[in-house]
Design a protein around this ligand. Sequence first.
Ligand SMILES: *[C@@H]1O[C@H](CO)[C@@H](O)[C@H](O)[C@H]1NC(C)=O
Ligand SMILES: *[C@@H]1O[C@H](CO)[C@@H](O)[C@H](O)[C@H]1NC(C)=O
Ligand SMILES: *[C@@H]1O[C@H](CO)[C@@H](O)[C@H](O)[C@H]1NC(C)=O
Ligand SMILES: [Zn+2]
Length: 488
Amino acid sequence: MAFISSLLLIMVLIAFPLSSSGGKWTYDGPDGEHHWSRNFPYCGGAFQSPINFQPELLRFDPNLLPIQLQDYNLSTKEQLTLSNNGHSVLLSLPSRMHLTGLPHRYSAAQLHFHWGSSNTPVGSEHTVDGKQFGAEMHLVHFNSAKYPNISTALDKSDGLAVLGVFIEVGEYNPAFDRFLKYVNGIKYNGQKVQVAGFNVRELLPARLDEYYRYDGSLTTPPCFPSVLWTVFRNPVSISLRQYLALASALFSSHAQEAAPMPLLGNYRKTQLMDNRVVLVSFQQGWGLHGTTPVASPVQRRLVIQHLLNGDLADLADGELRHLLPKLQRKPWAVKKLNNPKQQHLGQVTEKHQKNKGVDTTINDALCFINLEKNVSVWLRRHHLNTQMTQALRKAVFPELNLKSYLNCRSDLDLQTIRHLLRSRPSDEANELDQALTKVSQGQKQRPMTQYQGSALTKLTGQTQAAGLKSSHNMVPTNHRLQPMEWED
Ligand SMILES: *[C@@H]1O[C@H](CO)[C@@H](O)[C@H](O)[C@H]1NC(C)=O
Ligand SMILES: *[C@@H]1O[C@H](CO)[C@@H](O)[C@H](O)[C@H]1NC(C)=O
Ligand SMILES: *[C@@H]1O[C@H](CO)[C@@H](O)[C@H](O)[C@H]1NC(C)=O
Ligand SMILES: [Zn+2]
């Protein structure tokens, strides 16, 4: 008896590590999303997901290849585990399933869903120009070229790739019934059933070549910014009955709890852009915004090399616009290709290249748990232990911004430039800093009076999201390192 019950206890603890250890989180109420950062500081930090795909932030990238799904057609002999973890419905996937066409090989781990309520079928996490879909499916993959399993990959900046699929309520979809017909067996938190394998490809939209790509995070605690996101442009549909199998049949509470809590509305609000842009693999339907050219990776490397090794006086004198392209109203990349100043920038850089290069600055992946430990130790030493979220953001944002900038998925931020200038002679660095601050303030203020509404949104990329998430950055209290629990 004792053996069996302690074995059960161990199994429960492995499956649901946080359920009794104070890391409880929900979507509403005192443990709701505005309070996640108290126990999970990354939730209040940089590069969070989901986001709204605003037309102004989209950049067409002709180099984005169709997503290639490998070994997605599973045999019916294969058993998959369908479970209710109190936050979502999860279907385990074998790591044989993987993605190619991305910078690494990414192996599948699980898929799960986010949805609305039974009378309001609106519950996707990402939104398209403000439009929210009925639900959203996430297929979670980890970088198996570099990490042995998903737990190791979860907190690394290059750890995960998630495919997002919008779901609208409409036509019946037989593929989803492969597992939805079993949800009555997992009504309560902690329950699981086995489901026969099937062709997982059938859950995805027909076109895998049209998608949004950006750098983001897990949308549930601990919110590590470790996800390379691919969200398909075209939704799939399920019937209202199928939608209700998610939205009206499930509980986030355990079977033995006296007050059953319905499991619905399990989507996070859209987050701040943090200078990120969204690459799109398709052009049509977005007018001019979709065709905004981006500075190439080569040009971006030159800019960073110049900051690390080049003549800073040059930059302070007039090449500032190269550094903060987001502050320009016109795209600068294409024009600059034939611009003598561009060559000048390149030559200066090469001259100094031998000392220190971009590669040494951005070589390895960030490990978020280690950074969190270090920052926590540092804060305690300085008796500042309530400032975890802000301190962590400060430590992490320039690195994320730099990597993302070099991959064309962010504009360069002033904080990142300051971070890069720390190793430069301080008088030159200060001069450049002052010039940049002046340019960015001047540029930010002028359009506010010249242009209304959308121009401001375009420049900051944050106006809309900021309105939605006004209490986004909570001051954490009582910070503790938490064991892992996550969905995507
Ligand atoms: C998936 O595999 C099954 C048998 O394992 C096969 O009959 C079926 O044609 C395959 N489907 C596709 C789309 O390849
Ligand atoms: C993942 O891999 C690490 C490193 O090899 C190992 O220590 C850990 O136990 C593994 N975790 C799981 C859940 O398999
Ligand atoms: C954390 O601190 C330790 C010891 O000071 C150091 O070796 C390690 O590299 C640091 N890790 C990170 C991610 O900064
Ligand atoms: Zn998710």
